[in-house]
Design a protein around this ligand. Structure first.
Ligand SMILES: C[S@@+](CC[C@H](N)C(=O)[O-])C[C@H]1O[C@@H](n2cnc3c(N)ncnc32)[C@H](O)[C@@H]1O
Length: 256
């Protein structure tokens, strides 16, 4: 699909969803006035991250004092079924991330309440819910689907049915979803940020979510290498963060 066709399809997708008009307005303003701000500080952060990064395995041991085990080996049947669902899904979205880090963060905190931004197929939701279900906890997720691919109905499609009773999925842009989520949730044990990767989007997301994370809770952000939003946030808040290198990208993780 050409770039123009993709933009047009996304625009038509937005027009069909009046509840996403606020995000459409923000995107138009961003694309006209702040085109380059998405990558602000990228070079600085990549240099820093490459100097301090550790493996997922090391981070799990150091931060949570837990042994590393592949999620796919711990839950082989469930994982296989999810993989089949992904393969049968007619649209393409972002695949599985560092599931072990997320699952271990939930086990470490004995999580009862987790917020995640960004769902796509639902791999991170699947790993989080697998831990949360043991304590009948709740996962609050925010996702604005891939509008260019008519992907609305497939958001979270790989999440096993029996885990869905512990899941509240808010299907709007974060700026609409997160205030609603924070209104109905209390203190949060784990926060996983994995949605809007623009500098402003990340900064807003971190500043909105962080105050609600309980002391001893775990904060995880994917793709911190896209710009310096995560590094700048940690410096402002005086947070000593761990950086995990995962499949050529960097993930930020710290215990509050
Ligand atoms: C990388 S994927 C999430 C992957 C998922 N966390 C996982 O590990 O399996 C990012 C998702 O964030 C969504 N997204 C992007 N910008 C958003 C926004 N402003 N508000 C809500 N969701 C957004 C995308 O539609 C996409 O589904």
């Amino acid at each position: 699909m050409s770039e123009i066709a993709r933009v047009l399809k996304t625009f038509i997708g937005y027009l069909k969803r009046p509840d996403l008009y606020p995000e459409l307005g923000r995107k138009i303003i961003k694309n006209i006035f702040k085109r380059n701000s998405a990558f602000k500080g990228k070079e600085k952060t990549n240099l820093w991250a490459s100097q301090v990064a550790v493996s997922q395995e090391n981070a799990i041991r150091k931060l949570f004092n837990l042994d590393f085990q592949l999620f796919s080996e711990k839950y082989p049947q469930e994982f296989q079924k999810a993989l089949e669902k992904q393969n049968n899904c007619p649209i393409k979205m972002g695949g599985a991330g560092a599931l072990e880090l997320l699952y271990s963060a939930c086990e470490f905190t004995q999580a009862k309440a987790v917020i995640e931004t960004g769902v796509a197929y639902g791999w991170s939701s699947f790993a989080t819910l697998t831990s949360l279900q043991k304590r009948n906890g709740t996962l609050y997720s925010s996702d604005m689907p891939y509008l260019g691919q008519n992907g609305d109905q497939y958001v979270g499609c790989i999440v096993p049915e029996d885990l869905k009773t512990n899941w509240k999925l808010f299907r709007h842009a974060d700026r609409e979803s997160l205030p609603k989520i924070l209104k109905e949730s209390g203190e949060i044990d784990v926060i996983h940020y994995d949605s809007d990767k623009s500098y402003e989007g990340m900064r807003w997301g971190y500043e909105t979510l962080y105050p609600r994370l309980r002391k001893g809770g775990v904060f995880i952000s994917d793709d911190i290498n896209d710009n310096s939003a995560f590094q700048d946030f940690c410096e402002r808040e005086n947070i000593a963060t761990t950086v995990v290198e995962y499949e050529g990208k960097y993930i930020g993780v710290f215990v509050k």
